[in-house]
Write a protein that binds this ligand. Structure first.
Ligand code: PHE
Length: 361
């Protein structure tokens, strides 16, 4: 190999070895093998070499080119490896680090309010049974709150649920009330969805009541199931499963007692077994009323545009404060709304703590 080739090769190899990163290496590649690179120039110059020397010269130049290519490849592999190592080191995630103390030293941890927690739990239980969550407004027209539910203007059931009437909205043509129950969302759902329907409606409700066990604002959860062949048996199975899952008592006694609501026929109140003296659920021989339910009245279906000869179903409504108080042994309703942090710290649920629910089956 002639001296000029040997010098070019060793210079280029030195430059390759000195390239600190992939970008510098590419600059060396372009300088040697690029369109106007030094090795390329030698290859292009072969045409001018006298014919008898051309073969040997060509072989020598090619050997330099191959040596440079190999050196470039090898250096590239080394630099790529180094770049990857650097990235791995920079993006390192130490999964063995201990978790942050909870709460962080010196800070207060928050808690989920027991009402919100109950809503999360019952949404999970009914969700597993295929129920979706529906919503409606707190300020409701008296048509949805009463008339649609088979409670006409003169009906005594209006007095049972005495509420707050608002001044009629300008030009609205109907009275507005703070809804007395979540049942108006039954009507809203039937008017806006085609059956079959399977929804629960957790939400705020209002009545003109105020004492140790009644608050003018409280919470209910409604349930509505409409299908072609939904029966009282489905109602019973669904509510028994829910109550046992929610209270975490596999054998919780549940009793269905004939009752009356204008919007269901037949209607049933549901009781659970407890010991009145100790307050223990599932023990003793006393019964505690816990919710109202029944088969949706054909008039309600018709009021909401559903043909009662083709469709039937059940509905239920229950007080969220009530089941929360029973589940957690909370004796007084008022602290639910007083924002006393000592009470919240005691009865609140830790954020993101898993539910420990009996299998809803
Ligand atoms: N809306 C009723 C109440 O507030 C409860 C209920 C709902 C009863 C659905 C039957 C069916 O008392």
């Amino acid at each position: 190999m002639s001296d000029d080739l040997a010098a070019l090769q060793s210079e280029t190899e030195a430059a390759i070895a000195a390239a600190a990163d992939l970008r510098a290496l590419d600059a060396v590649r372009v300088g040697a093998l690029g369109k106007s690179g030094q090795v390329t120039a030698l290859l292009k110059g072969l045409g001018a070499v006298p014919a008898e020397e051309r073969k040997a010269r060509g072989a020598a130049v090619n050997a330099v080119r191959q040596a440079v290519e190999r050196a470039l490849e090898a250096r590239k592999a080394v630099l790529e490896e180094a770049a990857l190592e650097a990235r791995l080191a920079a993006e390192r995630l130490d999964v063995s680090l201990p978790p942050r103390p909870h709460p962080p030293a010196g800070a207060e941890s928050g808690a989920i309010h027991p009402i919100a927690r109950t809503v999360e739990e019952l949404t999970a239980i009914f969700g597993a049974m295929g129920f979706a969550v529906a919503e409606g407004p707190d300020i409701e027209s008296d048509w949805y709150n009463f008339n649609a539910l088979n409670i006409p203007g003169h009906h005594p059931a209006r007095q049972d649920q005495d509420t707050f009437y608002l001044p009629p909205a300008h030009g609205a043509g109907f009275e507005t009330v703070l809804r007395t129950h979540t049942s108006p969302v039954q009507a809203r759902t039937m008017l806006s969805q085609e059956p079959p329907i399977r929804v629960i409606v957790p939400g705020r409700t209002y009545r003109a009541d105020h004492d140790a066990t009644h608050s003018p604002m409280f919470h209910q959860v409604e349930g509505l199931v409409i299908g072609r062949d939904i029966t009282l048996g489905h109602l019973k199975g669904c509510l028994i499963d829910f109550l046992r899952a929610f209270f975490g008592i596999a054998e919780l006694p549940v009793r269905f007692r004939a009752s009356y609501f204008p919007f269901t026929e037949p209607s049933m109140e549901v009781d659970i077994g407890w010991d009145r003296r100790t307050g223990e659920l599932g023990k003793g021989s006393d019964w505690l009323e816990i919710l109202g339910s029944g088969m949706v009245h054909p008039k309600v279906l018709a009021n909401c545009g559903i043909d009662p000869r083709q469709w039937q179903g059940f509905a239920f409504g229950m007080g969220i404060e009530r089941i929360t108080m029973l589940k957690h042994g909370i004796a007084d309703l008022r602290p639910f709304y007083e924002s006393d942090v000592r009470w919240l710290r005691h009865y609140g649920a830790p954020v993101l703590s898993p539910y420990t629910l009996h299998d809803a089956g």
